[in-house]
Design a protein around this ligand. Structure first.
Ligand code: TEU
Ligand code: CA
Length: 560
């Protein structure tokens, strides 16, 4: 397994709209990020991934791009961006951009031209089809509700949009479109950006038959994902992108890939395949999804989580590379979802961090995770801004006549806005995020959970993350060691080892709020050092034939 800087790195994801407002308009911006670079550096971060900052009408908060080579005016100017890039590099960190090329905004000049007539240069940049007997070309559902096809009066045809109708899908079958995308990527790389996180990149190749998929009884539309997820030409397109663009630069790539499995990921990340370095899979993000999908939240089991993580650890072990994450801008907050955001908030946030950062792969921290930020429960639906949440709400209310309270619980569990409330910098007004009215409400718990307080408390979640990151720099076994799961059937403890050249790490994480005891007799007589724990009482000398674990305790011993 070759050594690579991006394997030894820790990535910090910034959702710019919610990070830091520098100019008093209630919206986070690029100058606001520059102000906080020292904070990010202090944490020990190597790479910053910026969610989209391109010009956008913000139907989906920047994931609907109007101009690929311009900065959203709410976020600042290209000069601000260049300064951010310079200042990031000056601190020895790298900057990775979000690349959204499955779709553009409907306000992108390509689409404006494309929709203007059936015969123009840009018509084939998008996916246009005639209707079938007066309705949509097929029954595919949009990820944000309703049909994935939108009828366009001007030319009397439908265009495909797997997300909102303001996000028309690009036609990757067209070589001219592909060349435009590659050219744009080179333009950013030549500026000096250090790589891309590629939005739903495993959706870009569509099965050209555009067949109906099987709809559930009572449903008109159905996900067409089997016809575009890891589609027929996906590997060809990614290899072409590598040849045309990525091979010329020493950069990092990670493909966001809903529905990808380990076998596919071996092809995407295989070191000899020249596609991508890593993928984001969603298997652990699907935990607790009921028959009704993500809004239908059900209890989940630790054994399921362990089985998923282990499958990915072992599956990519000698082939490719994992990305490790508990949350992002689309997901609930990790400590609420996998830990306990009440009595054991700090303890469980540290435990989750340990469990993830000690696995093999590149860890991603989502803004606020490093201080243990939690989900939010806003009283009114009008407090929510996310298009996915709104579309679902409207469907439930209008179509199914459900009453407010019956589905707010789902929103509290799963709305993407849980991740999008402003970063909590201090206990002053609006959590120090802005001195204007923030674009989305601040989580009322900011008085107790904020950066200022975390930096003042040596025992905080922040300093625990800092220590984890420092350990990674020191201990090669954390980066390159082989993974082995222990206690496979245990519903309370996630334990595993990492081994490299005769050195072994033992990681033990209590996923419950209870005191429990576990036995590790095979480790009991070996000399060891304690690398990290969230239990103040623990020492190098503790016997391992019987270990009494505190609620949400995590410990890491090294045997060499
Ligand atoms: O997300 C892809 C995606 O599949 C999401 O719809 C995700 O599954 C969902 O949000 C979970 O509820 C990417 C971006 O991360 C997301 O923010 C965008 O809205 C989407 O693509 C469209 O660009
Ligand atoms: Ca601003």
């Amino acid at each position: 397994m070759t050594k690579q800087w991006w394997k030894e790195s820790v990535v910090y994801q910034i959702y710019p709209r919610s990070f830091n407002d520098s100019n008093h308009d209630g919206i986070g911006d690029i100058r606001g990020i520059i102000e906080k670079l020292d904070y990010i550096k202090k944490l020990g971060i190597d790479v910053i991934w910026l969610s989209p900052v391109y010009d956008s009408p913000n139907d989906d908060n920047g994931y609907d791009i109007r101009h690929y080579r311009q900065i959203m005016s709410e976020f600042g100017t290209m000069e601000d961006f260049d300064e951010l890039l310079d200042e990031t590099h000056a601190r020895g960190m790298k900057l990775v951009m979000d690349l959204v090329v499955n779709h553009t905004s409907d306000e992108h000049p390509w689409f404006v031209e494309s929709r203007a007539s059936t015969h123009n240069d840009k018509r084939d940049y998008y996916i246009w089809k005639k209707g079938e007997n007066g309705s949509e070309p097929n029954n595919w559902a949009s990820n944000f509700g309703g049909s994935a096809w939108q009828f366009d009066e001007g030319t009397g045809e439908y265009y495909l949009h797997l997300f909102s109708k303001k996000q028309p899908d690009l036609n990757w079958e067209n070589p001219k479109l592909r060349e435009e995308v590659y050219d744009m990527m080179r333009w950013w790389l030549n500026k000096g950006v250090d790589g891309f996180r590629m939005d739903v990149i495993n959706f870009i190749s569509k099965d050209q038959r555009f067949l109906d998929s099987d709809a559930k009884p009572g449903h008109v539309y159905a996900s067409g994902s089997s016809y575009f997820r890891n589609g027929p030409r996906i590997h060809e397109f990614l290899q072409e992108m590598h040849k045309e663009v990525l091979s010329g630069y020493d950069v990092m790539t990670v493909g966001e890939m809903p529905g990808v499995d380990v076998e596919q990921a071996k092809l995407y990340t295989g070191e000899d395949r020249n596609e991508l370095h890593m993928v984001f899979h969603f298997e652990h993000m699907g935990l607790g999804n009921g028959p009704g999908g993500k809004w239908d939240n059900q209890p989940w089991k630790l054994t399921e989580l362990k089985q998923i993580m282990t499958k990915w650890q072992k599956g990519l072990e000698s082939v490719g590379w994992n990305s490790l994450y508990w949350n992002n801008h689309d997901q609930p907050r990790a400590v609420t979802r996998f830990g306990d955001d009440a009595d054991y908030r700090e303890q469980s946030a540290k435990m989750l961090a340990t469990c993830l950062h000690m696995m093999k792969g590149t860890p991603y921290i989502y803004q606020g995770e490093e201080i243990g930020m939690t989900n939010v429960s806003f009283p009114s639906i009008t407090d929510y801004k996310d298009i996915e949440t709104w579309n679902w709400y409207q469907e439930q209310k209008e179509k199914f006549g459900r009453d407010h309270s019956s589905f707010m619980a789902s929103i509290y569990d799963r709305s993407r806005d849980n991740a999008r409330t402003p970063m909590q910098w201090s206990d002053s007004a609006n959590a120090g995020f802005t001195d204007a009215k923030p674009w989305i409400g601040v989580n009322p718990n900011y008085k107790n959970i904020n950066v200022k307080q975390s930096l003042e408390n040596p025992d905080s979640v922040f300093y625990y993350y800092q220590k984890l990151i420092q350990l990674r720099k020191r201990e090669q076994t954390i980066v390159y060691g082989d993974y082995e799961l222990l206690l496979e059937d245990d519903e309370e403890v996630f334990a595993y080892t990492r081994t490299l050249k005769g050195e072994t790490l033992l990681i033990v994480c209590n996923f419950t709020g209870k005191y429990i005891t576990r036995e590790f007799p095979s480790f009991s007589n070996k000399p060891k050092t304690l690398l990290i724990t969230n239990n103040d009482e623990r020492t190098d000398m503790d016997a391992l034939d019987r270990v009494r674990l505190l609620p949400y305790e995590a410990l890491v011993y090294k045997f060499s």
